[in-house]
Ligand binder design. Sequence first.
Ligand code: PEP
Ligand code: MG
Length: 909
Amino acid sequence: MEILEKVKTRVYKFGNKTADGNSKMKNLLGGKGANLAEMSSLGIPVPPGFTITTEVCTEYNTLGKENVVELIKDELEESIANIETLMGSKFGDKTNPLLVSVRSGARVSMPGMMDTVLNLGINDEVVQGLAKKTNNEQFAWDSYRRFIQMYGGVVLGMKPASKEDIDPFEEIMEHLKHKRGIKLDTEFSVQDLKDLVYDFKEAVKKRTGHNFPTDPWDQLWGAIIAVFNSWNGDRAVYYRTMHGYPADWGTAVNVQAMVYGNMGENSGTGVCFTRDAGTGENVFNGEYLINAQGEDVVAGVRTPQQITHLGSQRWAELAKIEEEDRLKNYPSLEELMPSIFEELNTYQNVLEKHYRDMQDMEFTIQDGKLWILQTRNGKRTGAAMVKIAMDLLKEGMIDEKETLLRIEPNKLDELLHPIFDPDALKRSQVIAQGLPASPGAATGKIVFFADEAAKFKNSILVRIETSPEDLEGMNIAKGILTARGGMTSHAAVVARGMGKCCVSGAGALKINYKTRTLTVDGHEYHEGDWISLNGSTGNIFEGKVATMEPELSGEFAELMTLTDKYGQMKVRTNADTPKDAKVARNFGAQGIGLTRTEHMFFEVDRIKAMREMILADTVKGRKQALEDLLPMQRSDFEGIFEAMEGLPVTIRLLDPPLHEFVPHQLATQKELAEDMHISLQAVKNKVAELEEFNPMLGHRGCRLGNTYPEITEMQTRAIIEAALNLKARGINSKPEIMIPLVGTVKEFEAQEQIIRRTADVIFEERNDSIDYLVGTMIEVPRAALMADLIAEKADFFSFGTNDLTQMTFGYSRDDVGKFLPVYYEKGILKVDPFEVLDQEGVGQLVRLGTDRGRSSKPNLKIGICGEHGGEPSSIEFCYNLGMDYVSCSPYRVPIARLVSAQAAIKSTM
Ligand code: PEP
Ligand code: MG
């Protein structure tokens, strides 16, 4: 056993155009490690290194540190020796030292989640060797102080003491800057850097009680273990939970030879994208800094420069920088280092073609030599996701099926969000401009701390810059605004990943955390003040700017057309008004799967008639009240049929319990008594009579229609007359009348009889007729079990998975929120079963109902109209069961159309 365990490879080497692994090994090597291996094999110049597998992380969690060190020690030493050979230097050597970087890398990219340590292997002696070797004492000592800073923060836990405090190392640096009267890190003298190293080490000792580790091997092991530990840190756990990634995935550790972007004016570092991650435009773009290390570009401390000439000009225009100033102080890499730019341009083309997707790359230029540090499929906004996929299709890089599979259904949601109303925009005042870091429109109240984002219903998180600790608050806020940082800053990258509107690097903003104020041009804004952000232009507005509905156009419309080519299952919508029906139809809905008629009764002018109906003691009285309601219902249905001309419209008969319609407060009860000329006591008695212990399981659905057939008669009349009226105007409607909460065949039959009889009477009165269907909801478990018998009578089934989930789990729809959080925490439930269909349990009833229904009526039309009809995994399940359609809220229609197509494609693969 012991020997077998040792035989397994736990460390994979790469470098010098070869590699032990490849890009298919993401689960084992993590995304970063797999790509480094792949790039090396492709001939891309990556600094040599190795990857410790994700399995070792899992082993660490079960076996502990000592055992894991024992397991990988030999392989680790051999892999370091390999780097030493390739780089011609030695780890820990005093004259010709090799320094390494240590990074985490899970199988999916988790921005900001895991930590990086650079310059590892340096100590008081090695620093001398490094200074001699590079002939640059400044650089050597700067590398040393950076190492202590990062190692201290990441491995030894030297973090700010409270949220208002700054980083303990930054504090020491600020103190020294103040003393020396300087402003920038680059202004430190060699002696300053030496002092900083000393002070940093003292601070570590004071805070941790231990000396800073000087042995390079101790440093290396410390960093590796810290990466493993960070997998179970709060931030990582939050991110994993948010995305549903299991804990046993673990993270890999990547160790690589250091290359330096801060070795002088002939060195630099940057981040680039093969296409625009915000808009999807096919332009190579990115940012870099001369004489800097990787962290400097994303940390937002210095203003990064653009890689391409075009990008630089666009940036200067936004930043209101004159061409002369731009060329002198912020030239593009293309202008400053043309041959390096050409080489980088070649690699970005090679990598995008190889991976057939937009790449997000990091690079370093060390003394005139270009190194590519990493590449990965770039995070992007929903809009960019659609444009890039459609462009790749047009460029012949991917086929139609792959194009559709590339689209993340839930990310389409971003394209369906409101945009600023152009008229309102004209009237708004721009107070400042930043970079258009992540598109969208956001309006909300200012908050300055991420952990306070939930303070207001709509908040805008305003920060000097964001950090991984802010993740949760960034997710809650409607938009993010930062004073510092470029297009690749933490805020920008994370916001794009979340699809959240973000404006970054708005340099004109002065933010004071202590006073909780934001000052622009002498004007002061406070916490709680409204501001608005346009993430597509970078504009920041004072106050609340009105928004409007988005449109389905451009590549998005093309994508939707493509979904229809592959999608077999239809997509309908749940809509109760002509307005909703129109919105859904614009999004491509192929009919209405559910019109809930109850809200029509709740409207102010109707509730009175409704109450009279309920309070009536006689059938005659009830009929009288229903007659008042009839014309209103009829015109509702006419509006909906007209909006859905030619498409099927499922109208469900009244469902909620009657007690919801009667007043429960004394004042309104008095009012009603006066209106109806009856006593207050009579009203009170009726309310008491209608009271139920468990309304959700009470007198609702077809139980109402079966106790008060007049209601069913009136609703049927309204539906049929509406359709006939439209027919007279030359408009074709296809009503499908749906009976709710059926559990027995008899319940269905009794309602069906009333419906058909009423319709016949009307046809005779009018001497005209229309086609219509009578079907049922399947939402009571018993209905699913009896589906074969019900199907003999019903024209169609529509699964009401809201009630079906409620009754199968026995969780009240209205009260589940009380214990769900505890259930998540304890791992009893992973997701809300009212949101994601429980395929294992409730799904069995859906399958059984479908199969039994079709066993007696093979062509039975079957759909779903519970909330699950708009949730991707549930839609796929419905497709696999052979449903004819799913029905969802108007804004989910495009998502459902996409998933319908994806499910059809997947089933043929
Ligand atoms: C259902 O129960 O799934 C359904 C669609 O009906 P309602 O949500 O109106 O109860
Ligand atoms: Mg229901």
